[in-house]
Design a protein around this ligand. Structure first.
Ligand code: FE2
Length: 405
């Protein structure tokens, strides 16, 4: 107990660490393979909610140990993987299906990566699993040319929260454990949204941004909207969005009307459709995190201003529903894009045996980059559907952030 130490995460020079003083920590002195110590774990949990992302290096984990660690963060999780344990039947049309291979002995743990790993420790009984690092050309509407790609130009694939967004509740925590990390040149992640923004990234990085920062930098009228709004997600959103394509930042879908019609989705029930607050309250720090999965969002429901708040300059002071898909996406992009500015993105430089633990209700993240088919990258990923809804802003939060006039 008390043996945990933290240090600054290995931040690249592009990261504005002054703007993100608490974001991310490298942790020493916590052994996730040791017998469970409630006091040490409580300390780790406190650190996670404070820093949003913890990195422990040089870890030698089994899938069971990874599952147990992940489960320790959520007593309400019943043990189903964040997207459910059975990705079968018509849900095979989901955009997530090809990226996940379930570890047979521990179905809440998924093997993800690139190439065909052969080390039995990695494959865990799977027969020559073909892994595929998600490539932006399979998801973005406009893509980087092969010539540019050869020069190391790449994109964020898809900014997201790990969550089914239908029926199941978002996991509190995701753990990502690096088993095999190919060495390679860094790449240039280009936004291609007219801003000229770009970011140097390590090959195959996972990029993280802070949901708190995304909220904190909103102008007052959008903060007021954010604390009053809920986002409604499409039923089976990953199937619904499968024919559609993303914008060039990976932060939301282009509105070309390509989404599947509700009649063509796997069977769904309106009682399982999810509406989540636009901001989620951190259970330990009380801060608000702007947590929206832009690709799955379908509508925005806004509550009226609290009684007595001056309506001048406010968006939808009386409340209302934004149900036009294009309008919904444009508003979300306007609110979220500042939060993925290059200086606010932490691209983790993966080393073999790194364990990243992230507050899935407090950050957005994205796969980045592209590998050659024979480059073997192997990770175990674990998160668990929660038994608890994300915490909404309190009445005090709504009052505070909506009273700006
Ligand atoms: Fe993810």
């Amino acid at each position: 107990m008390g043996g945990i130490r933290t240090a600054q995460i290995p931040a690249p020079p592009t990261l504005d660490v002054k703007a993100l003083p608490e974001f991310g920590a490298q942790v020493y002195g916590y052994d996730p393979t040791a017998p469970f110590d409630p006091a040490a774990f409580a300390e780790l949990e406190e650190l996670l909610y404070k820093h949003s992302l913890l990195v422990i290096r040089g870890v030698d984990l089994t899938p069971k140990q990874q599952y147990k660690l992940t489960k320790a963060f959520d007593a309400t999780a019943e043990g189903s993987y964040g997207h459910g344990n059975n990705k079968t039947g018509s849900e095979k049309k989901s955009v997530l299906h090809p990226d996940l291979k379930t570890v047979p002995s521990q179905p809440q743990v998924q093997l993800i990566g690139n190439g065909v790993p052969t080390d039995p420790r990695i494959t865990q009984g799977l027969d020559k699993p073909q892994l595929r690092h998600p490539h932006h050309k399979t998801f973005h509407k406009e893509v980087v040319s092969p010539e540019e790609e050869a020069q190391g130009i790449t994109r964020f694939y898809r900014w997201h929260i790990d969550a089914a967004l239908y029926d199941l509740l978002p996991p509190k925590v995701t753990t990502l454990y690096a088993l095999s990390v190919p060495a390679g040149e860094e790449q240039t992640c280009r936004y291609d949204d007219g801003t000229g923004d770009e970011l140097k990234v390590p090959l195959g990085t996972t990029a993280f941004v802070s949901g708190t920062k995304m909220f904190d930098i909103l102008p007052p009228d959008l903060k007021s909207l954010a604390v009053r709004a809920k986002v409604r997600y499409a039923p089976h959103p990953y199937v619904w969005m499968a024919p559609a394509k993303s914008n060039s930042t990976g932060l939301g879908i282009v509105s070309d009307g390509k989404e599947l019609s509700k009649d063509d989705l796997p069977a769904w029930e309106s009682s399982k459709i999810k509406e989540f607050p636009m901001t989620w309250k951190n259970p330990k720090t009380g801060k608000l995190h702007y947590q929206v999965h832009p690709s799955g969002a379908e509508a925005i429901i806004v509550a009226p201003l609290p009684a007595g708040v001056d309506p001048s300059g406010q968006i939808l002071p009386e409340g209302g529903i934004i149900s036009d898909l294009k309008e919904t996406r444009e508003l979300l992009f306007k609110m979220q894009r500042p939060g993925i500015a290059p200086e606010l993105v932490y691209p983790h430089d993966w080393k073999k045996d790194d364990l990243c633990i992230f507050h899935n209700r407090g950050v957005l993240h994205s796969v980045v980059g592209a590998f050659e088919p024979d480059q073997v990258r192997a990770f175990w990923q674990c998160n668990l559907a929660s038994g608890e809804e994300p915490l909404p802003p309190t009445a005090d939060d709504v009052k505070t952030y909506s009273s700006f006039a």
